[in-house]
Design a protein around this ligand. Structure first.
Ligand SMILES: Cc1cc2nc3c(=O)[nH]c(=O)nc-3n(C[C@H](O)[C@H](O)[C@H](O)COP(=O)(O)OP(=O)(O)OC[C@H]3O[C@@H](n4cnc5c(N)ncnc54)[C@H](O)[C@@H]3O)c2cc1C
Length: 488
């Protein structure tokens, strides 16, 4: 009998799983509660109803980890993305103008590439590719209502799902394996827990709310140059970023700390959103009305957490034939732009593991082991970074706060050593960007003596000889007063 794998969720992880698992001798059924995409990238952006993906119209950037995986394992999709208008910007092209003259190519530079695309364009194109893969079919507007679980053996085993289509009576869809790619709101793990399966969870707050607005460049206008004015930054009371996209689109995201209650309510208003951007030089020039026009309202989103779920306990799986991939298993603060890269990597780790062995128990253990090895270090680093940012946002509200020596040293290392070193030295930038793109472990650069010496040397260099960016934007008090908001 042919294996039938049911993938629940046709978001990025579900599509990634279908890409990794598709084989002519296997049936892969991708089930999604939402309707199929409209016929082209613009109507997708304007009208695709995706109740299952609340972040669909938030800014997304895609990292080298995802770009190289698509380029090396799915070359046809790579071409399709380019045709759809997604832009790949490699290491050389993403350099600030000041470093371009110093550039000499090195092996691996091609891998340090961003993919600039609206999330809808990426998803639409991956889906069009997956639809052509052997053995794959989609069940759309179909919601999974339950898991079929066999508890007769020593370890509970999933045997399929119960689906409901267009309000018809629920029906069972049996499967050899079920992939939970239901994203951040997945309740499949809850159903397992209700039946006695112990799934441990680590969870910590991202500490921010996300606000995004999309814009389009006017005819004849270009993006601002890549100079010393950064398109992303952290002012403590607000973080900001410009996200380049496809087909002359870009978006801006403002991340407001949860404790900034007045500011976060105000930011949802498009006029306030643009007023904030206009006070920050790195964004003001992007939204200059002569250059670009807004094309959406401001989208807001909260309830953002770092989450890690464990499906292997004390070396043994807690459930068989069930694999959670992407956000249903691992979530990080969206600000770091890791979610989609991590989800597709996770799905391909699963694909490799399922090809390597037929044994359900071995598969679960190997999947867990490789996930912890290849993805966990990023999760740990980002979770710690968020806890630091939450502390910093709290301190911003306290005018009497005086940082201790350790905090001052950490800040100085970031601002006076790492920052200027990446702005002036290609070797340092390259090493740090490898970790950023998830192509090396996040702290791997700290094990490279030449890079560390450069960074330390920069730390000791007098401030007057180091490249600092211009002031990012106003202090908290000045910004809040300008917006007519209370400062305390
Ligand atoms: C505000 C925000 C901004 C982000 N920005 C970035 C970024 O810049 N770069 C980046 O890489 N990542 C970013 N991310 C993270 C990224 O969006 C997620 O990591 C990614 O979407 C995870 O993919 P997924 O398939 O696991 O979940 P999703 O993409 O959310 O897909 C889940 C799918 O499951 C379906 N589904 C759910 N329940 C059922 C059910 N019972 N039956 C049938 N179908 C079901 C849904 O309809 C949906 O299609 C961001 C996240 C947020 C919240």
């Amino acid at each position: 009998m042919t294996d039938r794998i049911v993938v629940v969720g046709a978001g990025i992880a579900g599509l990634g799983a279908a890409m990794a698992l598709a084989r002519a001798d296997r049936e892969v059924v991708v089930v999604d509660r939402d309707p199929p995409p409209p016929p082209n990238v613009e109507t997708c952006f304007d009208t695709w109803e995706r109740k299952g993906v609340t972040q669909l119209r938030h800014s997304h950037v895609f990292l080298g980890c995802l770009v190289t995986l698509i380029r090396d394992r799915h070359p046809r999709l790579h071409e399709m993305l380019k045709k759809a208008g997604a832009r790949e910007v490699d290491f050389e092209e993403s350099l600030p103008l000041a470093l371009r003259d110093k550039y000499t190519p090195m092996n691996g530079d091609r891998d340090l590439a961003f993919l600039f695309s609206r999330r809808t364009t990426l998803e639409y194109t991956i889906r069009a590719y997956v639809e052509t893969l052997p053995g794959v079919r989609f069940l759309t507007s179909t919601i999974v209502r339950d898991l079929i679980l066999d508890k007769s053996g020593p370890v509970p085993a999933v045997k399929g799902v119960r689906i409901e289509r267009d309000g018809a009576a629920p029906e069972d869809l049996t499967a050899t394996d079920v992939i939970d790619a239901c994203g951040r709101s997945s309740i499949l793990t809850d159903w397992l827990r209700e039946r006695g399966v112990t799934i441990d969870e680590e969870k910590s707050p991202a500490g921010i709310l996300y606000f995004t607005r999309h814009y389009r460049l006017r005819d004849g206008q270009d993006e601002p140059p890549r100079d010393m004015i950064p398109g992303a930054g952290d002012l403590g009371y607000i973080k900001y970023g410009v996200f380049n996209a496809d087909n002359r689109h870009f978006s801006i995201t403002l991340a407001v700390p949860e404790i900034e209650s007045e500011l976060r309510t105000a930011t949802l208003n498009p006029a306030t959103f643009d007023a904030i951007c206009n006070k920050i030089p790195g964004m003001a020039r992007w939204i200059d009305p002569a250059r670009a026009e807004p094309v959406t309202k401001v989208f807001g989103m909260g309830n953002l957490h770092n989450v890690w779920r464990h499906f292997v306990k004390a070396g043994a799986p807690v459930v068989l034939n069930y694999f959670a991939v992407g956000d249903s298993a691992i979530r990080t603060n969206p600000l770091y732009g890791r979610g989609c890269s991590s989800a597709v990597l996770h799905a391909h780790i699963l694909g490799d593991v399922m090809s390597a062995t037929e044994d359900a128990c071995e598969r679960a253990i190997a999947f867990d082991k490789r996930t912890r090895k290849e993805i966990r270090p990023f999760w740990d680093a980002l979770m710690k970074q968020d806890l630091g940012a939450i502390r910093r946002a709290k301190n911003e509200q306290d005018p009497s706060y005086k940082p201790r020596l350790k905090a001052r040293l950490i800040k100085s290392f970031a601002d006076d050593a790492v920052g200027p070193a990446t702005r002036s030295n290609l070797g340092v930038l390259r090493a740090i960007m490898k970790g950023f793109h998830m192509l090396a472990m996040p702290t791997a650069w700290l094990t490279q003596p030449t890079v560390v010496l450069r960074v330390l040397g920069t730390w000791l260099t007098p401030k007057s000889k180091k490249p600092y960016p211009p002031k990012l934007g106003p202090e908290r008090k000045e910004m809040l007063e300008a917006l007519g908001l209370k400062t305390a």
